[in-house]
Design a protein around this ligand. Sequence first.
Ligand code: UDP
Ligand code: MG
Length: 317
Amino acid sequence: MPPTYSLIVPIFNEEETINVLYARVRAVMDSLGEPVELILVNDGSRDQSLKLMRELQRQDSSVCYLSLARNFGHQIAVTAGLNFARGQAVIVLDADLQDPPELIPELIAQWRQGYQVVYAQRTKRKQESWFKKLTAYLFYRLLQRLADVTIPADTGDFCLMDRQVVDLLNRMPEQNRYIRGLRSWVGFTQTAVLFERDARYAGEVKYTFRKSLRLAINSLISFSKVPLRLSTYLGLFTAALALGMVVLVLYWRLHQPHSPLTGLAAIVIAILFLGSVQLVCIGILGEYIGRIYEEVKGRPLYTLAEVAGFEPTVTKK
Ligand code: UDP
Ligand code: MG
């Protein structure tokens, strides 16, 4: 019998947390009173995470796991979990217990009310650096202004999605996956459940500044064409500036014999200014073209090294 709920947890070097995570999630699973599968996705961990996952799977038949052949990144790890999930409602949560599993019944209650997507929205982040809080705050506001779809602010990947939504996400072939955006893009009825984001249970943040920045750029480019239009605006702006200068220089030539525009500095500044505007525009174009290249190659999103616990459905196929 397929489970009613699937819980997906992406794991990258979380050996210190897995057992505590399992204990807390197990308690919630027991309280639901319906069949649940827990899908742990190992995203190329280099510590003991996979070993711990194997052990849990041996002890508990409702635990399944996937092990990606290397580190593919959080969004791809979640995607792999979504591909394998069999539940009618699929819940995604982080391994580090920043997303409290105890919130899951509330997400489910909203789903029972008829919402296809129930996302958890942070009202507070505990113990995160001011830099992370500030950049996250600014980023979500910028994304809301630029993106073609409304992506609610301060929501992470912690959410519940109906089978219908998961099937749609699974049919999207794109390589650059910003799941929060895709989740909003599908539409249907969506609602938020508010929560306070806990501090990480143990270990280091796995989203380094570089990974976060890449995710931010990815999301902007996947959901907005405004940056492309920026080069048109910049071009128009510099054209207007140049025209203004023409008028000014003509005026000086005719009325002021000692023109202030004789210096080399003025020319150098103009060249540097135009050069940098052009380079920035080429860079923006490059970001889009690079992504087109990625998509055209059409490589699989991930490679799997090990799969366990899905047997009944896998053998039926
Ligand atoms: N994660 C992953 N692959 C990565 C980076 C992170 O699967 O390359 C997982 C990580 O194990 C955790 C979740 O994604 O379960 C969120 O990561 P983290 O807590 O470091 O990010 P933050 O809470 O700062 O968003
Ligand atoms: Mg975290």
